[in-house]
Design a protein around this ligand. Sequence first.
Ligand code: FCB
Length: 462
Amino acid sequence: MSDLPVLPPDFVFGVATASYQIEGAVREGGRGPSIWDTFSHTPGRVARGETGDVACDHYHRYREDVALLRDLGVDSYRFSTAWPRVQPEGRGPANAAGLDFYDRLVDELLAAGVAPALTLYHWDLPQALEDAGGWRARDTAHRFADYASLVVGRLGDRVARWITLNEPFCSAFIGHAEGRHAPGAREGTPALAAAHHLLLAHGLAVSCLRDAGAGEVGITLNPERITAVGGGEEEIAAARRAETLRNLAFTDPILGARYPEWERETWGPLADGSYRRDGDLAVIAAPLDFLGVNYYAPSRVAPAPRVEADPARRTAWDVGAVAAGWPGARTTEMGWPVVPSTLTDLLTGLVERYPGLPPLYITENGSAEADQVGPDGVVHDEGRVDYLREHLGAVARAVDLGVDVRGYYAWSLLDNFEWAYGYDRRFGLVHVDYDTQTRTPKDSYHWYRRAIAGHRERSARG
Ligand code: FCB
């Protein structure tokens, strides 16, 4: 009994990871430094001063990790390539040892019957590019396209699903406006420029991937289901600003070929468009084969005073809206409310807003729980099992309502380096003991395996 909601027979089940969060080996194989190396090594940036130097040591243990994927029975594995392994300084010819690593990983996956889904950018920008302006500089978008060409040139014959960027919202705004992620900046117009150049990088890379005959091509966004705390004018306006910052800055250009209507209202003079050029939108809105959606939690927002009174001196984070919590909901170890029905609402909302929306994959969904390995070597993570089951149920409901969702990737295969929180927030289906690198599948891993097997049996019976 898998107690899994009924999903279409060819629905893809997967799990996801990201390079900096699991690989370690940051100075091996000719890898150059990334902004996350710099950031995590800067005192005060990451909890307890933790870094991705070793992480899950996946660089050396990838065969063991692929064996876990095979036993889990997933159809697909979403991972990311580290740009500074492929181009240590973010430009120029490929570093052969870097591409060789991903080549071996891809072959290992294929031999295990697991289809690779490759994300080109999950936040580890080469530090040399940051030194030249990073995402604030238009040139970085062109460098990204070159990097995409190198990766697809080597792996395009074996990787069926390509994701340009992971969550550009986080790269642009958590990285350049809130400052909680690398490169840790708190800026106004430069943060909006970073957002624009990420969009442009995506569009240019789509064209390179198409030229190289890549399989399915898409991008992963993390749209949040946002609601206002009430129906008053101020409350609705605050939710609109939050929605613009969080969602529309990305979904409107990519899926609607337009810049968001409320950007002036949200950012005032910061949104001066100085970073845009004629023709950019057409590049950014290139047709996609799928949209990847990462979803964890909804957000209720309330109006708040702006932190900085002078509009010209604000950061792009300072939009006059704050999260107001979700009364009555359980929260995970991240403090995020668990409200699975909001995933259904988000997906149906995307279909309504964007005619011609491509098919969707949920490319991340999961929960951080206070996992403990028991004396019997077992990890009872009922909270995560419930979370996954309920969110798969929310996906199944969206499918019943006519949303074309093709697959679901649980975050994450392994416990890993959870960015500014370091290692104490555990999202894995597999527990990692960071002292010994021992992997212990949790109850959620066993549940997911049974659910996938049950789905296959049911589909085979027809
Ligand atoms: C997402 C990130 C992923 C992971 C999860 C918990 O925003 O894409 O790397 O950290 O959150």
